[in-house]
Design a protein around this ligand. Sequence first.
Ligand SMILES: Nc1ncnc2c1ncn2[C@@H]1O[C@H](COP(=O)(O)OP(=O)(O)OP(=O)(O)O)[C@@H](O)[C@H]1O
Ligand SMILES: Cc1cn([C@H]2C[C@H](O)[C@@H](COP(=O)(O)O)O2)c(=O)[nH]c1=O
Length: 204
Amino acid sequence: MKGKFITFEGIDGAGKSSHVEWIAGALRQRGLTVHVTREPGGTELGEKLRELLLNEPMHLETETLLMFAARREHLARLIEPALARGEWVVCDRFSDATYAYQGGGRGLDRAKFLALEHWVHGHLQPDLTLLFDLPLDVARERIVLANRVLDKFEQERADFHERVRQAYLERAHASPARFRVIDANRPIDDIRKQLEQIISTICL
Ligand SMILES: Nc1ncnc2c1ncn2[C@@H]1O[C@H](COP(=O)(O)OP(=O)(O)OP(=O)(O)O)[C@@H](O)[C@H]1O
Ligand SMILES: Cc1cn([C@H]2C[C@H](O)[C@@H](COP(=O)(O)O)O2)c(=O)[nH]c1=O
């Protein structure tokens, strides 16, 4: 079977990372070779860029270019070779995050996003994108309960995160064949049952 590229998306605290390893395990049980990775990050250089991106204030275009620079490295070193070998890649965030955070959240010109997307991976889109969607206040409450140190994005105001959420939903609406919108305001076990059904259909 051909390798597939699955991405997880959603606002901060949506709960996507809680399912990334689980879905990889479910795929491995079907005999597949699966790589779990994340953005920004996923390579040695990408993880260094992640440190800067999540902590240093910078111009919006610098932030966007660094997200795509990290992505180019990630594609070249991990994602494209794995897919070429027929292996699967499960990635916590990809370019839809740039569309939602830098575009929706910060107001990056859409044409600039599209130009970078075309340059960096015009030939490749995820086979499946799971968008974890839920009201902002529920996601905020989860982050507070987790008691973690907030990064630059998590420290943004509620209106920023609301714009990110809406941009994700708009992007999902524009590509219904690629996206599955998951109601993330449910218990983890219920979400896993839905994910199990989704992967059964793509593993056929
Ligand atoms: N369905 C759920 N119900 C209740 N709590 C949840 C649910 N899913 C995840 N959580 C909890 O919410 C917190 C955030 O979850 P997680 O780290 O998976 O979110 P995330 O979308 O990856 O966030 P971020 O992008 O900010 O890292 C964690 O403490 C997790 O245990
Ligand atoms: C890929 C990507 C990510 N971001 C933001 C979104 C999150 O707030 C952080 C990553 O943190 P996580 O806990 O690993 O989800 O980075 C972004 O703004 N633009 C992007 O392209």
